[in-house]
Design a protein around this ligand. Structure first.
Ligand SMILES: C[S@@+](CC[C@H](N)C(=O)[O-])C[C@H]1O[C@@H](n2cnc3c(N)ncnc32)[C@H](O)[C@@H]1O
Length: 309
């Protein structure tokens, strides 16, 4: 990544096409980052339009353009509705969420996200939060560590890894990336780079409660989107993608629609626009290899005239 480039926006045209922007509408960018998607949305808006952008990382502040149509909210997008209300906005015309970490977060050694550098085991997107990766490693029970590595990282020998961490942490420090990697090297299965990438993914998801925040945000979407309004979500791993896919299709996080208290199928106010996820073009993959695992899904809030089922 070239010096100075904060983040290259993924599937920019697909996001803008997907949102079907009304120039005088109100839009939300849940994940401002380097502001690439936000800039493209602002380009489409006229002077009546508004963009509300969230980012929980204060490093993102430096990318804010001077634009009266933009309101920046330096908080977790799990509080979507609360902050919209605070700004007296009850409905928006579209929402984009481009999940995960930015290239900037990944490329700054001290943030502790990347296995490439030595730094404290941090991994917090919001540096005001107490829980960091070192905390998880030093304080979580063996069972909890096992579950995190298995569920969030699909680490093949997650049980052994959890057990060894709990043994080692009694006698040695696992607070930096090098300490952690060197101590755990004997349990690595397969390619060490890939192995630690999975372990780090699991820790990062836990530290930032990424799946919890995503679920909370999605549950607020039907309530804040206006009829015909669209939500576009870009995910980077299968756990997130499954959550988004099920929610768009069923209105919950299961594989099927559920029954309500009266035994009828629970209403789903969203309809799926992308039956299959959109993926980056070969040209984009070549230009921006970090887009490689991304998947984009779109849903639309049904209109009253459409059967809500
Ligand atoms: C992949 S980057 C987004 C890049 C952006 N779309 C662009 O074009 O530059 C994800 C950003 O979202 C932020 N983020 C991730 N999860 C968040 C959450 N739950 N609440 C608020 N911000 C979050 C991260 O701090 C990061 O800056």
């Amino acid at each position: 990544m070239k010096e100075g480039i904060y983040h290259v926006p993924v599937m920019l045209h697909e996001v803008i096409n997907g949102l079907q922007i009304d120039p005088s509408g109100i839009y939300v960018d849940c994940t401002f980052g380097g502001g690439g998607h936000s800039a493209a949305i602002l380009e489409q808006l006229n002077s009546q339009g508004k963009l509300i952008a969230f980012d929980q990382d204060e490093d993102a502040f430096k990318n804010l353009p001077k634009d009266d149509r933009l309101i920046f909210i330096p908080h977790n997008f799990r509080h979507l509705q609360r902050f919209l209300r605070l700004h007296k906005i009850s409905k928006v015309n579209g929402i984009i969420a481009d999940l995960g970490v930015s290239s900037h977060q990944f490329d700054v050694a001290e943030r502790g996200f990347s296995t490439r550098f030595n730094a404290p085991m941090d991994m917090r997107m919001n540096q005001g939060e107490k829980l960091d990766a070192a905390n998880v490693i030093n304080n979580y029970s063996e069972e909890k560590l096992h579950r995190i590595f298995e569920q969030y990282g699909e680490v093949t020998n997650s049980k052994t890894l959890a057990k060894i961490i709990v043994q080692l942490r009694k006698s040695q420090s696992l607070n930096t990336i090098n300490e952690f990697k060197n101590a755990l090297y004997p349990v690595v299965k397969g390619n060490p780079e890939k192995y630690f990438a999975k372990v780090f993914q699991a820790l990062r998801i836990e530290v930032n409660d990424e799946l919890g925040a995503l679920k909370e945000m999605l549950q607020q979407v039907p309530g804040v989107l206006s009829e015909g309004g669209r939500i576009v979500v870009i995910t980077f791993h299968s756990l997130e993608d499954r959550i988004v896919k099920n929610f768009f299709k069923n209105g919950n996080f299961n594989e099927e629609q559920e029954n309500d208290l009266y035994g009828s199928l629970q209403k789903n106010e969203l309809k799926v626009i992308t039956k299959k996820p959109i993926i980056p073009s070969p040209e984009e993959l070549k230009r921006n290899p970090r887009s490689r695992s991304s998947k984009l899904r779109i849903a639309e809030k049904k209109r009253v005239s459409e059967n809500i089922s």
